[in-house]
Write a protein that binds this ligand. Structure first.
Ligand code: HEM
Length: 365
């Protein structure tokens, strides 16, 4: 979509898409100003909250957002995230062990996808025997099959509600136990809110991190000398991940609803209009990034908005960064000669929100 974004930034940076009755916003400054302005732009997209995700922090405005976010932030402090590093490393190695014998792996299905799913399952306190089910849900939640999506939401509601019930009586050292025993303004969370947060973690945390890892593997494979530089100096991996976040932003757009009439670049926006905030375009804006079309791990400044901006800034950003850093470092250590299997044609995912490929076969030797 990069050439389309470029064209839109130059010709119609804020534009009404009549076919879908939504506004599209392409310039960095506009994207940032909308993220920063929760007075005029709301994250509440529906008034009738029946689905778990709509009860989650992603779809709340202050003051409720602030209260709930404060509570769940406790599970994502730098100390908690750091403490997960050994676990992430051991999973990454385990996945490499499995691929070693065959000399091949699909970097998406065999590596980048299971890693974040296992970590979230662990944080939530999902028993090991339920992991497979968890993975299937995780995939159905972001797939194109709507009936499967609805069924999966129902199954998850039943499942997480019953875990929450058990944790009420017998708390364990996990996130669901914390949620059921927490109080927001003297009130306990409802089942819908608890399920909503669990579903949000699956939706927000898995597919996004998976695509960040596969995009990073692809960038290393396609950019001259980057892989060699990283093997020589693994300390460059974090800034490389930041450049992948900018260059191939896993979340290409987010939604807001106009709450109070406002004006943006001369366009009057009436209440209830839906805004598509094009993060993927903002991160290639030539007014902010020098030669945005270049993949450059040595950028002197990289204020990308791949994780959003403002009060909804991604809660899992540090976790996603750490998982990707460990995934790339481990892959380079274990298979320094890996190469993309070029007999396989790369196919982009069809989603307009998530940016990634459908498969990524690698030859490891
Ligand atoms: C919010 C991107 C990984 C949990 C967001 C938002 C973006 C984003 C753009 C802002 C949404 C908005 O403003 O409406 C990403 C990307 C990821 C990633 C690109 C990986 C590369 C994760 C992970 C987790 C997570 C690993 C948790 C395990 C959340 C949550 C929110 C959020 C809970 C809602 C925060 C709020 O509304 O206050 N993410 N995310 N994300 N993300 Fe992530």
């Amino acid at each position: 979509p990069l050439s389309w974004y470029k064209h839109m930034r130059a010709s119609s940076p804020v534009t009404f898409n009549a076919e879908h009755s939504v506004w599209d916003v392409f310039k960095y400054e506009d994207v940032k100003s909308i993220f920063a302005d929760h007075e005029h732009y709301s994250s509440v997209t529906t008034e009738n909250v029946t689905e778990p995700l709509d009860a989650s922090i992603l779809r709340l405005d202050p003051p409720k957002h602030r209260q709930l976010r404060k509570l769940v932030s406790q599970a994502f402090t730098p100390r908690v995230i750091e403490s997960l590093a050994p676990k992430i490393e051991s999973i990454a190695h385990e996945l490499c062990d499995r691929a070693e014998a065959t000399g091949r792996m699909d970097a998406l299905h065999d590596y980048a996808s299971p890693l974040p799913i296992i970590i979230i399952a662990e944080m939530l306190g999902i028993p090991t025997e339920d992991r497979e089910k968890f993975k299937l849900w995780s995939e159905a939640l972001v797939g194109d099959d709507y009936p499967a999506f609805v069924q999966c939401q129902d199954e998850m509601s039943v499942y997480f509600t019953s875990i929450a019930d058990r944790r009420r009586h017998e708390p364990e050292d996990d996130l669901i136990s914390n949620l059921v025993h927490a109080k927001v303004e003297g009130q306990q969370l409802t089942d819908l809110e608890i399920v909503g947060f669990c579903v949000l973690l699956l939706v927000a945390g898995n597919e996004t991190t998976t695509n960040l890892i596969t995009s990073a593997i692809l960038c290393l494979d396609s950019q001259l000398n980057v892989k060699e530089q990283l093997m020589e100096e693994p300390g460059l991996i974090p800034q490389t991940i930041e450049e992948v976040l900018r260059y191939c932003s896993p979340v290409q757009m987010m939604i807001r609803r106009v709450k109070q009439a406002t004006v943006l670049r001369g366009h009057l926006l009436p209440p209830n209009q839906i805004m598509q905030i094009r993060i993927g375009s903002a991160n290639h804006d030539e007014d902010i990034f020098h030669h945005p079309e270049r993949f450059d791990i040595h950028r002197s400044s990289n204020p990308h908005m791949a994780f959003g901006y403002g009060i909804h800034f991604c809660l899992g950003a540090q976790l996603a960064r750490m998982e990707s850093k460990i995934a790339i470092r481990t892959l380079l250590e274990r298979f320094p000669h890996y190469e993309r299997d070029r007999s396989h044609r790369l196919e982009r995912m069809s989603s307009s929100i998530i940016f990634g490929v459908k498969q990524l076969p690698l030859n490891l030797r």
